[in-house]
Design a protein around this ligand. Sequence first.
Ligand code: CA
Length: 242
Amino acid sequence: MTKPRVLIIEDERALQEVLTYNLEREGFEVSVASDGQDGVRRARSFEPDVILLDLMLPVIDGLEVCRQLRADAKTQGIRILMLTARSEEVDEIVGFNMGADDYVTKPFKVKPLIHRIKALLRRTMTDQQSREFISIHGIEVDRVNHHAKANGQILDLTPTEFRMLWALARAAGRPFGRNELMDHCRGEDANALERTIDVHIRSLRQKLGELGDVIETVRGVGYRFRGETDAATAIDIPSETR
Ligand code: CA
């Protein structure tokens, strides 16, 4: 499990310290930048899940930082929570439509701020789970158009095989029991018995050709799609603070 990452772009030292202390205590990995330009640089290298972005910053201000982050493919998906000094500035953010995901007005309490950060992380995960398209290890599965490719070649899959590939790939790294796979694959053509899951898996692996080994056998459990990296990549969201 990797820790969720938060980048703080804020020039007030006292605020940097109190935020760093509390976020680290909550299980986040924290990086700090004191001006806008350094903030953009760190966003690219640190690859945070969430950025706490002060509006009034030296060198380049928060709105410009936001614009630059949204214009760069590497950073455009990062959740941004704006920290603003006055409530009037909120109108400015909304008016400029700079793409901040949320904002808090200073002065703010730390606990509610941490709740907002966690809410943003949950939204990120929900977005990923509701994806209709997966591309991993050379395999693409498009649920909208109902087709799958291996190394760019369209695969001729039965509906059961397609559903099985989708279920496994979208939860890459997680093992599925045969019963669970069967539930995912029940459809017009699938009154599959548990042992026929193995038959479908064998056929699916064959059709995936040289990529067939992305579907791994988990002894005593069933099957899983190989994880995105060897280490688990799931974001471990710290439990709610109350
Ligand atoms: Ca400031």
